[in-house]
Ligand binder design. Structure first.
Ligand SMILES: O=C(O)c1ccccc1NCC(=O)[C@H](O)[C@H](O)COP(=O)(O)O
Length: 267
């Protein structure tokens, strides 16, 4: 019996999610409204994503991002070619957007990347249903994104479901309240997004502030700074305190993904 076969699907309160993010999660909830919430049998968690980010120095999670609400069309990337280029440029993990309407993502993009690179892949989507985690595992992802701004008090249960499926989870926060929820949920990997996903405003001070706060609270897990990084100078405030950075738009739109990844991470 699976972790979800004997229980009702956990209820999310998506009406509390405002702005751009609110629109996206309502669409995703409609996409999965009829999906089976059963997870199936336990899978072994290999911790591949976590281990990749725990290597010495600042790890790069490079994102296959063809479009976004803030940028519109970014670049018509072939996901596998892009992931290989990032890997050649030193990326230790690849983030693959699978949301179709606003990010031009697909399931096939994730499958192609998983099958074509050595480093682990993250399913980057707006998880609002257990089936999205089951898919991530079936498509070969090593990890999935869980957003506290969407899941709120259900974060711990979704984290449990991800682990049941053998997935690591990048539990994303944007403010102190969300960080408290992530810490209370026992998340081993916490990402701090500099982008406010309701307004799309980026503030590069958010990651260093919340990363310090997490460490001050005794958090010994992996900390990831996310969004808005374009130059090595931008990384200065997180280089010595974060384990990893997640970078999409500036790399994806660069025209030379390998070189852009190398140049960005140069200390
Ligand atoms: O990127 C957006 O415009 C966006 C809008 C609404 C919800 C999510 C969004 N992005 C998800 C991300 O957080 C980023 O893809 C990721 O952290 C990389 O950010 P960047 O390097 O700034 O592309």
């Amino acid at each position: 019996m699976s972790a979800r076969d004997d229980t009702a699907p956990v209820t999310l309160h998506l009406d509390r999610v405002p702005g751009v993010l609110g629109r996206i999660v309502h669409e995703r909830a409609a996409d999965y409204a009829a999906a089976d919430p059963a997870l199936g049998p336990d899978r072994v968690r290999t911790h591949r994503f976590e281990a990749a980010l725990r290597q010495p120095g600042l790890s790069l999670i490079a994102e296959v991002k063809r479009a976004s609400p803030s940028q519109g069309a970014i670049a018509p990337l072939d996901p596998l070619e892009a992931a290989r280029a990032y890997e050649a440029g030193g990326a230790r993990a690849i983030s693959v957007l699978t949301e179709p309407r606003h990010f031009d993502g697909t399931a096939q993009a994730l499958r192609d990347v998983v099958g074509g690179v050595v480093v682990p892949a993250l399913r980057k989507d707006f998880v609002v249903h257990p089936a999205m985690l089951r898919e991530a595992a079936e498509w070969g992802a090593s990890a999935a994104l869980l957003m506290v701004s969407v899941l709120h008090e259900a974060t711990a249960e979704y984290l449990h479901m991800a682990h049941h499926l053998g997935l690591d989870a990048l539990v994303e926060v944007h403010d102190e309240r969300e960080l408290e929820i992530a810490l209370a949920a026992g998340a081993p990997i916490i990402g701090v997004n500099n982008r406010d996903l309701t307004t799309l405003h980026i503030d590069l001070e958010v990651s260093p502030r919340l990363i310090r706060r997490a460490r001050d609270a005794g958090f010994t897990g992996v900390l990831v700074a996310e969004s808005g990084y374009r130059t090595p100078q931008d990384l200065a405030s997180v280089r010595d305190i974060a384990d990893a950075v997640l970078v999409g738009s500036s790399l994806a739109g660069s025209g030379d993904l390998t070189r852009a990844a190398r140049d960005l991470m140069r200390a």
